[in-house]
Design a protein around this ligand. Structure first.
Ligand code: FMN
Length: 145
């Protein structure tokens, strides 16, 4: 949604930073997958490498996973060369804040020129799932067995 709005205003090339192998579709399995990669010393292989040399500036958008950068973003930043380029980060989280994400971004890209990041709370799947489960146990009597 945020990237979509930026896209309408600035008409940039929109590129999703995707893993080479897709993550599991099931939410719980996906969280386990994300945790495994967060705790791994290895960089998650990405689907494509980007040549950003001729870009005047970069909007860098990502969600917070486990209080930090998502593994695909960590791989991207560890391999991208954005020296001297203006980078405008916009970050979403599910209610627990941006954690150490900006410190990590700056550590991985020491030579980029960062603008003040936008940090926003967005939908939280975990809270939605917990609310759904609570509601299901409240209305269980209405579900025929
Ligand atoms: C694997 C995973 C880990 C997450 N960890 C956190 C977290 O540590 N703190 C937090 O506030 N939100 C966390 N979230 C919620 C996401 O940050 C939130 O859903 C996201 O910012 C919404 O943006 P999106 O729709 O672009 O994914 C996590 C979500 C996922 C899928």
């Amino acid at each position: 949604m945020l990237a979509g709005d930026l896209s309408r205003r600035f008409h940039p090339d929109l590129v999703e930073i995707r893993p080479r192998d897709p993550w599991p579709e099931d939410y719980e399995e996906m969280v386990d997958w994300a945790t495994r990669w967060r705790n791994s010393d290895q960089l998650l292989p990405l689907k494509w490498t980007l040549d950003l040399a001729d870009r005047a500036f970069i909007f860098l958008g990502f969600p917070i996973w486990g209080g930090s950068l998502p593994a695909p973003m960590r791989s991207f930043l560890a391999t991208a060369n954005l020296a001297g380029k203006p980078v405008l980060p916009f970050i979403t989280h599910g209610g627990f804040g941006a954690g150490d994400a900006m410190a990590e971004v700056r550590r991985l890209m020491p030579n980029a020129a960062f603008a003040e990041p936008l940090i926003l709370q967005c939908d939280q799947e975990r809270a939605s799932l917990n609310a759904l489960r609570g509601w299901l146990s409240d209305v269980a009597a209405a579900i025929p067995r």
